[in-house]
Design a binder for this molecule. Structure first.
Ligand SMILES: Nc1ncnc2c1ncn2[C@@H]1O[C@H](COP(=O)(O)OP(=O)(O)OP(=O)(O)O)[C@@H](O)[C@H]1O
Length: 262
């Protein structure tokens, strides 16, 4: 298996310094070249899980194996894209993409690689621009190019389009779909949006809360682009909404109990 997440749990210390379980028994197998979305209510541990896979947050128990190797700490086989593009404002677009490559490649090779990925996200004409001259959506495309230019085996994306308006988001879906089909990268993608997950993924991992755990894994065996399968997707949408509704009801109930106990 390309990526194996086995019985992973995570505990954080809460404000009273007591261990609180935020992820329990996370088991997930990801095949090479798969696009897997992680969907769930706020606070169910999506970002924590992605951060554990990235090696940025240590897990408490369990194992993570990528391409046969146990994961411990960060590594260049994993690239990360966050909600905020976080580009260096004093560097050009091209220099931002080249920046992480400069340790390993000559300037000429780094520039060639940067151009290849800027072209893939359709930003070649903006290579010499400053990040502040670009819209939020374009900046996020630069950060995708920067992550891909390192040629990671696994691309991790944490709500990458969460801060963008609906139209820009749609445009970015098209760009990401093209990147996915072109590079055949394995992608683990965290999102709040059912539509986004249905549009982009091969499988959707639906998570529940208190503690964060996997409720269901839904396989979407439809040809891309997904717009053509709109009617079939509605059935999946209803199923996911049903799963999430009972989770959100539980959160509301717990909040009410907490409020009345004070
Ligand atoms: N460093 C930390 N210390 C203590 N608790 C944390 C820490 N990071 C996350 N948590 C807790 O872990 C739980 C899961 O948080 P996480 O951000 O992973 O959820 P999420 O599903 O990504 O939420 P959202 O969709 O709102 O971003 C939350 O209850 C959060 O308060």
């Amino acid at each position: 298996m390309f990526l194996s997440i086995e019985k992973v749990t995570k505990q954080f210390k809460n404000r009273e310094n007591k261990a609180e379980t935020v992820l329990t028994d996370i088991d997930l197998q990801v095949k090479e070249g798969e696009f897997v979305s992680i969907l769930g209510p706020s606070g169910c541990g999506k970002s924590t899980l992605l951060s554990i896979v990235a090696g940025l947050t240590p897990h408490t128990t369990g194992e993570l194996i990528l391409q046969g190797k146990q994961l411990k700490g960060p590594g260049k086989e994993r690239g990360m894209v966050f909600q905020q593009a976080a580009l260096f404002p004093w560097l050009t677009v091209e220099e931002n993409v080249m920046f992480p490559l400069r340790k390993e490649l000559s300037k000429k090779d780094a520039q060639e690689r940067a151009h290849k990925y800027l072209s893939l996200v359709q930003l070649s004409p903006y290579a010499k621009h400053s990040p502040h001259e670009l819209s939020g959506g374009m900046q996020q495309r630069v950060s995708i190019a920067r992550a891909l230019a390192m040629d990671p085996a696994l691309l991790l994306m944490d709500e990458p389009f969460g801060a963008l308006d609906e139209q820009t988001r749609s445009r970015l879906h098209e760009v990401l779909e093209e990147v996915f089909l072109e590079t055949k990268k394995t992608i683990l993608f965290v999102t709040h949006s059912i539509h986004e997950a249905l549009k982009l993924s091969d499988r959707i991992v639906v998570m529940g809360t208190q503690p964060g755990r996997i409720l269901d894994v839904i396989e979407l065996d439809f040809p891309r682009p997904r717009e053509q399968a709109r009617e079939e997707l509605v059935k999946y949408e209803d199923r996911i909404k049903g799963l999430l509704k009972s989770e959100i009801d539980k959160v509301i109930e717990k909040e009410q109990q907490y409020a009345t106990s004070r």
